[in-house]
Write a protein that binds this ligand. Structure first.
Ligand code: GDP
Ligand code: MG
Length: 222
C-alpha cells in the first residue's frame, strides 16, 4: 500500500516535471537544480556565482527550505530576484516537487532570464528522486562531510550531471582525502565532472562557471 502511494506520488511528479520542461523550453531559459546536505555551502556558492555571472547572464533563483527566508534574503543581496519556498505549510517536505517549481518560476518571470537556479532543500536523499524539469542537476559535497558519502547516498551522485567539492580552503586542517572522494563519486557515476572549489575564497570558481555558461549557451543560444 505504502509503495503504491509512493509510486503514484513519483509518477504525478514526473508528469508535472515534463510540463515544467516544456514551459522552460518555451521561455528559452536554462534550469539548474542544486542539491546537497544542509550546510555544504549551496547558498554561499550561489552568492559568489551570481556576483560573477550577472549582469551578462540574467539569473533568477528559487530556494527551498522548511522554514525561514534567510537564503532568499542572502541571495537577493547579489541583485538577483529570489523566490523563497517554505514547505512547512505542506507538511515540511524534505524536497522541492515539480508543481512548487512551476508556480515559483511563473512568479519569477522567466521570460527575461537566461538561467534559473533552484537551491533545493538540504538533503542528500529525497531531492534526488524528484525531477523538477531541470536541465542539469548539480550535487555539492563539502570536505567536512567525509569521503564515503557518495557510496552511502549513491542515488544523488548517480542522477547528478555535475558535482562540486566545496570548502577546499579547509583541506589543510582536515584528514580528508580529496582524491578518494572524487574516486568514490566516479565509482557510482563514471566520468562525472567534478569541480573542486572554495565558495568562501573563490578559488576554483572560474572553471565551474565556464562549464555552466557553456551549458546555458548550448540550450538557449544566449
Ligand atoms: N570555510 C568555508 N566555509 C564555507 C564555504 N562555503 C560555505 N561555507 C560556510 O558553510 C556554512 C553553510 O553555508 P550555506 O551556504 O548556508 O550552506 P547551505 O545550507 O548548503 O546553503 C556557512 O557558515 C558558510 O559560510 C567554503 O567554501 N569554505
Ligand atoms: Mg542554503
Amino acid at each position: 500500500m505504502e509503495i503504491d502511494i509512493q509510486k503514484k506520488v513519483l509518477e504525478a511528479n514526473e508528469t508535472q516535471a515534463d510540463k515544467n520542461r516544456s514551459f522552460f523550453k518555451e521561455q528559452n531559459v536554462f534550469v539548474l537544480n542544486m542539491m546537497s546536505s544542509p550546510g555544504s555551502g549551496k547558498t554561499q556558492l550561489l552568492c559568489k556565482s551570481l556576483n560573477k555571472l550577472m549582469p551578462n547572464v540574467r539569473v533568477g533563483v528559487i530556494v527551498g527550505d522548511i522554514c525561514t527566508r534567510n537564503d532568499a534574503d542572502r541571495l537577493e543581496i547579489t541583485g538577483a530576484k529570489a523566490i523563497q519556498i517554505n514547505t512547512d505549510q505542506f507538511g515540511g517536505d524534505c524536497h522541492l516537487s515539480a508543481n512548487l517549481i512551476l508556480a515559483s518560476a511563473k512568479e519569477l518571470g522567466c521570460f527575461d532570464l537566461d538561467l534559473v537556479i533552484v537551491e533545493n532543500i538540504g538533503n542528500l536523499v529525497c531531492p534526488a528522486e524528484f525531477d523538477i524539469g531541470e536541465d542539469v542537476k548539480a550535487v555539492v559535497l563539502s570536505v567536512t562531510e567525509g569521503e564515503d558519502k557518495p557510496l552511502k547516498y549513491p542515488l544523488m551522485f548517480r542522477v547528478a550531471d555535475v558535482a562540486i567539492l566545496n570548502k577546499i580552503d579547509l583541506l589543510p586542517y582536515l584528514d580528508f582525502d580529496a582524491k578518494l572522494v572524487v574516486d568514490n563519486m566516479q565509482q557510482v557515476h563514471p566520468h562525472l565532472p567534478v569541480f573542486e572549489l572554495s565558495a568562501k575564497t573563490g578559488e576554483g570558481l572560474e572553471p565551474w562557471l565556464e562549464w555552466l555558461k557553456i551549458k546555458v549557451f548550448e540550450k538557449t543560444g544566449k
